[in-house]
Write a protein that binds this ligand. Structure first.
Ligand SMILES: Nc1ncnc2c1ncn2[C@@H]1O[C@H](COP(=O)(O)OP(=O)(O)OP(=O)(O)O)[C@@H](O)[C@H]1O
Length: 304
């Protein structure tokens, strides 16, 4: 019998997962999994729970929560020789990773995807000693993702991020960085740089429109120094993916990226604070197996 460990964050998003847990457990048991659960209690708890699940050789680890919970789960297993397959039940606020791999953002649909059973090996990223599935980056704008209080997200959902974003705009300043990507070089002031593994970032599905998740490459997006009205114009272009040909934007792919700055610049990893730069970003080719909808792969393949 296969064994599944469901690691869930009871505080994620609008706190729906607690209510649905009995039904989730029943469906996994009916599908033939011996299933147990772990409710996270604080930051870092899902890392430890996932590490233990790998050590105890669970076949499947399910991350039920937001992008923060998924990030912790992959950090718990990424360095292990034996790595359980990963399922996602997206009950967070933004759920970028679920969007990217087309897992439905409702519990029933997400459980269907896991139980239909199409695991696919996908790339993940590593920066310094942290792992990420979606994105890592730096620049004042990225700090938005961890400055929004959890309670506000529970009440307002995604709107909480937009409100905070508007509030932060006047304080956004450029930072002088040196970026080396696969032997090429950029040096100058930037508003933000993003190292992306998926095309879905901050709820925008076209920010890194060409990102594939099993090609061993990141999409690197750099927004050079611009004034605030210009930044707002670029943000509106990004809604439709039309920002990438703008002269103030560098958009390219790379497997290995080094970012250095003399100023203090925070690193954002999958929406959470990840320490200070410098950082070396490495793409780990098809490192973890995730359950994805069958249609997702047909679509990825058609983009090649
Ligand atoms: N019981 C808990 N109480 C408070 N915080 C927790 C608890 N369990 C986990 N956390 C922390 O909450 C963080 C954010 O949770 P998560 O990403 O699951 O939901 P979210 O913030 O609502 O969604 P999103 O990341 O999509 O915005 C996690 O990275 C973890 O550090």
């Amino acid at each position: 019998m296969q064994r599944a460990r469901i690691i869930y964050n009871p505080t994620s998003g609008r706190e729906a997962v607690k209510r649905e847990l009995p039904e989730i457990l029943q469906r996994f048991e009916q599908a033939g999994y011996e299933t147990s659960t772990h409710a996270t209690t604080c930051e870092g708890d899902a890392i430890e729970a996932a590490r233990m699940a790998a050590e105890r050789k669970f076949d499947l680890v399910v991350a039920a929560g937001g992008d923060g919970t998924i990030n912790e789960v992959i950090n718990g297993i990424a360095e292990k020789d034996y790595r359980p397959r990963v399922g996602i039940i997206p009950v967070g606020t933004t759920n970028d990773f679920a969007r990217a791999i087309h897992v439905p953002r409702n519990v029933k649909g997400a459980v269907d995807v896991i139980l239909e059973g199409h695991p696919k090996a996908l790339d993940i990223g590593r920066v310094n000693n942290h792992y990420f599935v979606n994105i890592a980056g730096g620049g004042k704008l990225t700090e938005l993702t961890y400055e929004v209080p959890s309670k506000l997200k529970t009440v307002l959902g995604q709107l909480a991020y937009y409100l905070k974003g508007v509030e932060m705009v006047p304080s956004i300043r450029p930072t002088y960085v040196q970026i080396e990507f696969d032997g090429k070089w950029f040096e100058g002031e930037v508003m933000v740089f993003l190292v992306s593994n998926t095309n879905s970032i901050g709820g925008l599905e076209k920010l890194a429109p060409d990102a594939l998740m099993d090609d061993g490459m990141f999409d690197l997006l750099i927004i050079k120094k611009v004034n605030i009205p210009e930044l707002i114009r670029l943000a509106s272009l990004a809604m439709k993916g039309n920002h990438i040909s703008d002269p103030n934007v560098i958009y390219t792919t790379a497997n290995r990226i080094k970012v250095h700055t003399d100023e203090k610049m925070q690193l954002n990893i999958d929406g959470e604070y990840g320490g200070l730069l410098p950082g070396e970003f490495v793409n780990l080719y098809r490192h973890l197996e995730f359950y994805v909808p069958k249609t997702f792969w047909e679509e990825q393949d058609s983009q090649r």
